[in-house]
Write a protein that binds this ligand. Structure first.
Ligand code: GLN
Length: 304
């Protein structure tokens, strides 16, 4: 299989989609990102990197950070995490409040906003500031010391985070948030504002494709069973309320963000990241999603 030729073909084929989709505008700083951009990177477990488009250009990872934050929390607390959140798909948008009221402040899973706020709260018990720990974790995972969070994006979200504050306050009212709401929100928006390239993320995700051990450094991030479990969560919950369709079309564990990035992995083979800022109605990158669908189709890869 010629991976480079496959990526180049995909890059050509998704081009018509780049003018469709909407850039996330509810975070004013993200609304400034030009829509017609595309990047795709694949890192194989033996360290080969394949790329197309602007794959070295950092973008706002947004909800992709939720995957790495929950990995860190899972390392520290294991199954105790599930006392404070579930592991079921929500079937509602990523920032939805309704379910949280019915379910008495226990978020459905750690990959939607409500669950990620509880994960941040848990990390606040071990790290101060939490965002510095998540940044350090990302740097280690991809061997890029220059990774950092974008202060303007974080500030922009902090100024407009009414809905996330509502989620955090509702969770707190049910006794499922230990730290002050504002402390949690500040750490959360900074972690979401981490900027990374498609190449960085395709490398960072490789530990999940490699039974929990980062293949390039040998660092054991999670044991094999925990890595498989987190991957299961990605499949069922990683693309918000579109996870069923994503499993149907793409068939890989993945996590998306409103910055337009999606990370995915092929177990035993490779880490993948796509980026294109135009989103579909479900908040997932339109061209990125299609690129992953074409990738698994052309390479006959899927977990099924
Ligand atoms: N920071 C964004 C938010 O909390 C992340 C959402 C996302 O990427 N889905 O709204």
């Amino acid at each position: 299989m010629d991976l480079q030729a496959t990526l180049d073909r995909i890059s050509r084929e998704v081009r018509p989609l780049l003018s469709e989709g909407q850039v996330a505008a509810y975070i004013p700083e993200l609304a400034k990102v030009p829509r017609e951009q595309f990047a795709m990177a694949v890192t194989t477990l033996d360290g080969q990197v394949y790329r197309t488009g602007c794959a070295d250009q950092p973008f706002s990872i947004q909800s992709i950070s939720k995957l790495f934050a929950v990995t860190r929390a899972f390392q520290l607390h294991g199954d105790d995490l599930w006392k404070r959140m579930g592991r079921e798909p929500s079937g509602t948008p990523f920032n939805s409040l309704v379910q949280l009221e019915y379910e008495r402040g226990k978020p459905r899973n750690p990959l939607i906003n409500a669950g990620a706020l509880v994960v941040t709260d848990i990390l606040c018990g071990s790290f101060d500031p939490v965002e510095a720990e998540v940044v350090a974790f990302m740097r280690r995972l991809c061997g890029n010391e220059s990774i950092s969070y974008d202060v303007d994006v974080a500030q922009s979200e902090l100024a407009t985070a009414a809905r996330n504050r509502a989620l955090a306050n509702l969770i707190k009212s049910f006794g499922n948030l230990d730290h002050p709401t504002e402390t949690v929100i500040r750490a959360y928006v900074r972690q979401c504002a981490i900027a990374m390239s498609a190449v960085d993320l395709s490398r960072a995700i490789c530990f999940l494709a490699h039974r929990g051990t980062q293949p390039f450094t040998g660092e054991v991030i999670l044991d094999g069973s925990s890595a498989r479990r987190l991957s299961a969560l990605m499949l069922t919950c990683g693309t918000y309320d579109a996870a069923g369709d994503f499993a149907y079309r793409v068939g890989l564990p993945a996590k998306s963000g409103v910055g337009g990035g999606i990370v995915a992995h092929v177990p035993g083979e490779m880490g993948i990241c796509v980026w294109s800022p135009g989103l579909s109605e479900s908040g997932n990158s339109l061209a990125g999603w299609r690129a992953l669908e074409l990738f698994t189709t052309y390479t006959s890869r899927s977990i099924f």
